[in-house]
Design a binder for this molecule. Sequence first.
Ligand code: DCP
Ligand code: MG
Length: 655
Amino acid sequence: MAASGVEEDRPWQSYNTVYTNAKAGMEGVDKERVQKIVYEMSKGSKYFENEQRKESTINQKIEQLHSCYLKLTENDISHFQMLADTRVLELEAMRDLSKLWLHVDMDAFYAAVETLENPSLRDKPLAVGSMSMICTANYEARRYGVRAAMPGFIARKLCPSLVFVPTNLKKYSHYSDLTRKVFSKYDSNFVAASLDEAYLDITRICIDQEKSGEEIAQQLRTGIFEATGLTCSAGVAPNRLLAKVCSDINKPNGQFVLPSDREAVMTFISSLPIRKISGIGKVTEQVLRHALGIQTCEEMLRKRAFIFALFSSRSADFFLSVGLGIGATNTPSWRPRKSISTERTFSTTTDEAMIYQKLANVAETLSSDMQEDGLCGRTLTLKLKTASFEVRTRALSLQRYIFSKDDILAHAYKLLKAELPVSLRLIGLRMSHLNEVKLAAADPMQKTLSSYMISDGISAKDAPSSTCGDVREDFHKDDPGVAFPIENEDSFLSDTYINEMECLSDLADQSDLDISSKNLILCDASESLQNLQSGHSMEQLKKNELPVNEEINVLGAKDTVLSEMDGQPFWIDDSRCSFCGFELPPSFFIERQEHLDYHLAEVLQKEESQHVLAQRTPPKHRPKRTKESGRKKHKSSLREVKHIPIDFFFAKEKQ
Ligand code: DCP
Ligand code: MG
């Protein structure tokens, strides 16, 4: 079972963070050395404790799943075997070998751009990022176990000669644009998966130019090198799921072509570790491995009866299609966004008035974002991150659609109230079950839901029309996805949008995953607004002493608190980190969590250094906080302060 059999004198062996997962170029790395260093450097920190908490939640899930597995009787197994066999036949019938997909991924992208512009960096182990987090490392650095998403101070310990270069997103976007110009020559509908990778349907161009996939891949890579001076790697396969796996095989500066015949696909997939599949992350891997003993794609197929018995049909379909090497082959269209969210990080507080103020601010932002996009929603999720990094989510579903700040705040407060008292460092709100709303007084230029639909899959003209003041009921009511490429309705086989989170929804109840319906509270929206007007004290709110509809707007009025963080990380367009521009689709839930945690660490580090400075500065020299100048002063003082090293944040609690 998970991690339990690890020898006590080598505790790091069970410490599997994102940093210890090998990327291309890390094949020869001494994994145990990396694990040990990562373990020792983060042990005792809040981050570490949080990792352990997550690990223990996962382990509980594994135990639960495993015990369900053991309880299956012979009869159950043969029943599910029959169902799974039928499904396999159906999936087989959907196998499409007529297309050629190419996945292209730039090699050590940010690091390569930096090296291109500064050739003296060539051959040196290089990391792009900061002491708090590395965005990527070149292949020289990877030999030491240094990799993306790792804190820089740990990376330096692994590789003392590591050179650091700060990120410069403008540069990377420029080079990304150059690559995209090349991609469009091969497939004008190419699907950009992030700044440095894309999927291209090369079926047509292979026919037109009478070339093989191998030749087109070579030609494309040469074209990219000529246009940018950068190398990339490519994979060619009959579907996107496999093409993505293939592009990693001969990285860097290589390519791999998987022949488009069933036998070749089955041979290829047979020994492939499941983690190589896009959408199977650390958690799914652990669950499948430890609960069901599944490590390779072939085992996924072999254990299909258990998969069918223990997972939802959607997840089971995904796992079985992975086992068969079947993936999406049609050009994806875009689905409208599934949810809209915003969150705020601040210095840890238990002060309920302060917490309420934050909630009001977040509700305001969410409401204005929703209005800007012409959206209203029916399910509200409150996200809280406690002082100890525990993430809690609570949600409620309403019988009507809402979008106003007051409505949002009213319902959000209900959710928050149940959690008090609590010490918090982050509050977020997310609205899902979205619908388009057209407000009578709305800006005619306002975006509508239709504007989220691009490309050929669903066009605005296909969307049901709506009249002023109407909510478009039921449109995409059953959408399980997010603002992310999706296949046409007749095909569920996507390599990207069926994701770890969905797969795990079967396991539900993870403290840090909002996948549980357990927390859904059905409540009557007509109760909205009552007693909840921003600007009132928590006491008043608790005692229901407020006059209904009193128009007091505190928002924006007192945002001069010195400890308020300016600019918390969030996901632009629900995909790009506002701090560093790294693109992570919503489906990469765990990775996104890790990513924001590190920015959070960075922010806390700044805050910490500011407090230290404030303590050291004699009172008469301390900047005065005024309503007008508070925020500015805060910002400029941050710039002047020498930051405490990030390891301070990671410092063991005891010290
Ligand atoms: N990136 C990031 N944070 C991460 C991972 C990646 O900011 N946790 C950024 C930096 C990378 C770029 O995205 O250069 C592309 O990510 P890849 O995963 O493709 O990694 P690289 O291109 O750097 O290396 P590889 O050669 O493995 O593709
Ligand atoms: Mg890359």
